[in-house]
Design a protein around this ligand. Structure first.
Ligand SMILES: [Zn+2]
Length: 475
């Protein structure tokens, strides 16, 4: 008898509904605010909320820095009710993007209490809910928070983990529909009425990809015993894949690919966006990195991705935004540990060890070249300091440059950690002050100014940490 429920499509309306109970109280789910939390599909909600946000001028993807074109494509795909495949290297925000899509779902939904896939009270999917709704006078409901289920692509993943266990055989043997041996939902069924985020979809065994396709397209599952069971689950699939896994041929099976819209997610388009992403995601919430150091460090990361990098041909795996985030963290950590209010060159560490700490595990070089990563980092950071020094140097007004050099000559030696005699250096002081967003950045600004003069003219020289000596007496 119970077999009927499995294959029957059950629709509950005000006319055939049982009494619905929430927290011991009977409610009319077609009345008042309850109406908003059932009978609508994931894509209904996504469309409604997207349109509402666009009307109100709200960007649903505020977490994503830049990427306007990609955001637009995501919106179009979602409006069209499509699943999305984000393709891109690690660390460029595929997961952040997928999470931000969850904002388009309502904060909570109404579900049948006890249902392991949180069935909608008007369109049940699992057989046990179908039976309850048709046979019982009273059915208890509950609110569940929005669902964003991450499914990590694992080559060892089993059918049971992905889809779950469903056995008609057990029902034939007389097991109750609620029995765990009859039905245990896997990850993708748990994403019913929510978002299923497949992190590295291509890593899921291809036999499971076939099952997944069957579930999404045919809305049914073939059990290991060969029974075909309808499973009209409603889920928005967002998947990610790393082009490094492609090796010429896609690891994602053709029929599954055909069910998704591919959106490429690359590195940030500009240095400013790179810096913004770094700052937003830092673990250390202290605003201690002056702009010049942000530019040097983010610039070094971007150089390693660029075709113009002197090591371009030898870098096989480029560093992602995580390198930027972590290098910001490490120099900030060093400044805090040393009691500095703003990052100085010393915070890069001896031989840039703090920068290496952030970069080394995040890029790969060609082994055959026997090129040490330490050397690559050292050279690239040095190049980046050169670039920013050039910018600082060219920002020095020509009208005060002569005066500045006279002041440096009079001082002979300047310790950037001390203000001794600096106030008398009116030209130097005026320029250094103009660079700072905050008073506490002056030592750092003084240091980068002297470093710029050293690198661009050779008239001063850095002799030890923070000490610059005027070297042009004999000229
Ligand atoms: Zn159910």
């Amino acid at each position: 008898m119970e077999f009927e429920y499995i294959f029957e499509e059950v629709r509950i309306t005000e006319r055939n509904a049982p009494r619905f109970i929430i927290n011991g109280k009977e409610v009319d789910i077609w009345d008042g605010e309850y109406r908003n939390y059932h009978s609508r599909s994931v894509s209904d909600y996504v469309r409604e909320n997207l349109l509402k946000m666009e009307r109100d001028g709200i960007d649903p993807f505020q977490e994503i820095v830049g990427k306007e074109l990609e955001k637009d494509m995501v919106k179009t795909a979602l409006m069209s009710g499509s699943n999305i495949l984000f393709k891109g290297k690690k660390g460029y925000g595929k997961t952040t993007f997928s999470k931000s899509i969850a904002k388009l779902l309502p904060d909570r939904i109404l579900a049948i209490k006890g249902c392991r896939i949180h069935d909608d009270p008007t369109r049940p999917v699992c057989f046990s809910c179908k039976k309850k709704l048709l046979e019982q006078d009273e059915v208890e409901l509950t609110f569940v928070p929005k669902k964003w289920i991450r499914i990590a692509g694992d080559p060892m993943m089993t059918t049971r983990q992905l889809i779950g266990g469903i056995s008609l055989q057990k029902i034939r043997e007389g097991y109750d529909l609620d029995h765990p041996e009859v039905f245990t939902p896997g990850r993708v069924l748990k994403a019913h009425r929510g978002i299923a985020y497949f992190d590295e979809l291509g890593s899921i065994p291809s036999s499971l990809q076939t099952l997944l396709h069957e579930l999404l397209e045919e809305r049914q599952i073939t059990t290991p015993e060969g029974d075909i069971i309808p499973m009209k689950i409603d889920t928005l699939v967002i998947a990610s894949t790393n082009p490094a896994n492609y090796r010429g041929v896609s690891d994602i099976k053709e029929p599954l690919l055909d069910r998704m819209e591919q959106i490429d997610i690359g590195p940030p388009d500009t240095l400013e966006e790179e810096i913004e992403i770094g700052l937003r995601n830092m673990a250390i919430k202290a605003d201690v990195i002056p702009e010049w150091h942000l530019k040097i460090l983010a610039g070094a990361v971007r150089c390693m991705r660029s075709k113009n990098c002197r090591y371009a041909g030898r870098i096989e795996v480029e560093p992602s935004c995580r390198a930027t985030i972590k290098v910001f963290d490490h120099v900030a950590a060093s400044a805090l540990r040393n009691g500095r209010e703003a990052v100085m060159l010393a915070d890069y560490g001896k031989d840039y060890s703090n920068v290496k700490l952030a970069f080394k595990s995040r890029f790969e070089v060609d082994y055959e070249e026997e090129l040490s990563k330490d050397l690559v980092i050292h050279e690239i950071v040095n190049d980046s300091i050169d670039t920013v020094s050039g910018e600082v140097y060219s920002a020095i007004p020509r009208s005060i440059f002569g005066g500045m050099m006279e002041e440096l000559s009079d001082m002979g030696e300047i310790d950037v950690y001390s203000e001794n005699g600096l106030k008398e250096c009116k030209n130097l002081w005026a320029f250094v002050s103009s660079m700072c967003r905050r008073r506490r950045e002056v030592y750092s600004a003084l240091e980068i100014t002297l470093e710029a003069i050293a690198r661009c003219t050779g008239l001063v020289e850095r002799t030890s940490d923070g000490v610059y000596v005027y070297t042009a007496y004999d000229r």
